[in-house]
Design a protein. Structure first.
Length: 525
């Protein structure tokens, strides 16, 4: 298995952080779909092969993640000294590298013994207070080995009602973010989301909070009505024509069953997957969903982590939530690259995009008494697409917006990708060249032409570190999209010759970065 450029960069950044800090723990923020389990596997392989007495414990809260982490370690290193400790998987093995379920092992520190490195998948679940299963186990392990270090992996470094995962008295001292969601989308590793304005917005008036989120019983009572459900299903089916697979996030168990029944009543193949669903039945439903035999799955807090169906091309948010983590996890289910379309449609009946802002520019969880404003997007009157306020033309249907009125007015932030300030240019050609940078090192540049406009991108293949890793990922993207092969990406002459003869993208997206334009995405027809 070959690591992607940003994955190797992430491993390097973790080592750099530990090299600069004699003690302490670090949380690594990686977008959903970036391959956290591959990065985790490489850390294990490299650590044990470099220091043969290292003992590593990998912790998670669901068996699907445990299985995924174990599989990636063995994919990368088939001879790994790997054990799995999980009652749900009916295995209780303690080895040099142990993948364990926190519920099964939280009171087994004495059995585990000396651990040098603990890696926690979905680290936002660790309590910010000195309590709970993760904190108690790590404290016990630190009593055995005071030099224990902890790496956290998460897409959402927040605790509901608390703030950042590093806010005292949290266990983590620092956060590193080696790659962003925009990077992964622009390089083709993730698919973008598109969000639509819905005629129905579920009301949470009078629904109180408990533990920072809406009380489920009261929330279901407010939103789970025959009128609401009929409107959700009717609008979803109308907007989703031509789409393949619809995943619905519901406000509770009863709500999931009710929406499933309404989809069926309106003639759609639909099933519900819940915590109470038997494992064999769940497996059959999910397989049918991935194979296209079932078009709609409704669920309640079940298919937010550890579930991967890349061709899911419609997400329905029918659960209002104050949890930034739940919002991002739900949105992430639609961001895997698809075999049949370039994006995923997100239908937000819950108002979550407005509540939390775009997933590329999230607000931290709201603290008690805190108020948050809206970010600017506008609505296309032709197709109801949420569009960044700076665009004059809707990228979905081509509708021309009228000139803005002279007076200020307030707009809402319902654009799931948060693309305010982005421009889209139709590319009429490109030119690859050599360029000597101020540092004295050569690089490749590509200039995209759009009529009389041009934008230049610098591809720093010979500069080392993250710039080089990012450039290698970009070249790999061009190879895939253009259908060409570059034998040696460090040979600038070969890169320039091959890509000058290749098919240029049809559209690029551009954002201002200071006084310069920066290319943020490319689309080939």
């Amino acid at each position: 298995m070959q690591l992607r450029g940003y994955q190797q960069h992430t491993v390097n950044e973790i080592y750099r952080w530990f090299g600069e800090h004699d003690d302490g723990n670090v949380c690594v923020v990686l977008p959903t779909g970036s391959g956290k389990s591959v990065i985790l596997a490489e850390i294990c392989r490299d650590a044990v092969q470099t220091w043969d007495d290292q003992r590593i414990l990998i912790l998670s809260h669901v068996k699907e993640l445990l299985e995924q982490d174990a599989e990636r370690i063995l994919d990368l290193w088939p001879e790994a000294p790997l054990g799995i400790y999980s009652a749900g998987l009916n295995r209780k093995e303690l080895k040099q590298i142990t993948v364990a379920g926190i519920q099964s092992i939280r009171k087994r520190a004495c059995d585990i013994g000396h651990v040098d490195l603990a890696i926690v998948d979905e680290a936002h679940l660790i309590s910010h207070k000195d309590q709970g299963g993760y904190r108690n186990l790590l404290n016990d392990l630190r009593t055995i080995n005071p030099a224990l270090r902890v790496i956290g992996l998460t897409a959402t470094p927040y605790r509901l009602g608390h703030g950042l995962i590093t806010d005292p008295p949290a266990i983590f001292n620092d956060i590193i973010e080696p790659v962003t969601l925009k990077d992964l989308i622009s390089e083709g590793y993730l698919a973008p989301l598109r969000s639509k304005c819905m005629d129905l917005l579920l009301s949470v008036d009078g629904v109180k909070l408990r533990g920072g989120d809406f009380i489920e019983e009261a929330l279901q009572k407010a939103v789970n009505t025959a009128e609401n459900n009929a409107a959700i299903v009717d609008q979803t089916l109308k907007i989703s024509k031509g789409r393949r697979s619809i995943l619905v996030f519901c406000s509770g168990v009863a709500h999931a069953y009710a929406l499933r029944d309404e989809f069926q009543r309106q003639g759609e193949t639909a099933e519900a997957v819940l915590g109470e669903t038997p494992s064999d039945e769940r497996a059959k439903v999910l397989n049918d969903f991935k194979a296209g035999r079932v078009r709609v799955i409704t669920n309640n807090s079940v298919l937010t982590t550890g579930f991967d169906a890349p061709d899911t091309d419609v997400l329905v948010m029918a659960r209002p939530t104050e949890s930034t983590v739940l919002y991002v996890q739900s949105a992430g289910r639609g961001m895997r690259p698809k075999t049949h379309c370039p994006d995923c449609l997100l239908l937000d009946f819950a108002g979550n995009v407005r509540r939390h802002w775009p997933i590329t520019d999230l607000l931290p969880p709201r603290k008690k008494g805190e108020r948050r404003g809206d970010a600017p997007v506008k609505l296309c009157e032709q197709c109801q697409e949420f569009v960044p306020i700076s665009l004059r033309t809707c990228p979905a249907c081509g509708w021309e917006f009228p000139p803005p009125p002279p007076k200020k007015f307030k707009l809402h932030n319902d654009d799931i990708m948060g693309e305010d300030g982005k421009r889209y240019l139709t590319v009429t050609g490109w030119q690859w060249r050599r360029y000597l940078t101020n540092s004295g090192k050569e690089c490749a540049t590509v200039t995209y032409y759009s009529g009389l406009q041009s934008v230049t991108e610098y591809v720093l293949l010979l500069h080392g570190g993250y710039p080089e890793q990012k450039a290698l990922s970009l070249i790999a993207t061009f190879e895939r999209r253009c259908g060409v092969k570059i034998n040696n990406p460090y040979d600038l002459d070969e890169v320039i010759e091959v890509l000058n003869g290749a098919q240029y993208p049809s559209i690029i997206s551009v954002e201002k970065d200071g006084k310069y334009d920066r290319v943020t995405g490319r689309l080939w027809n």
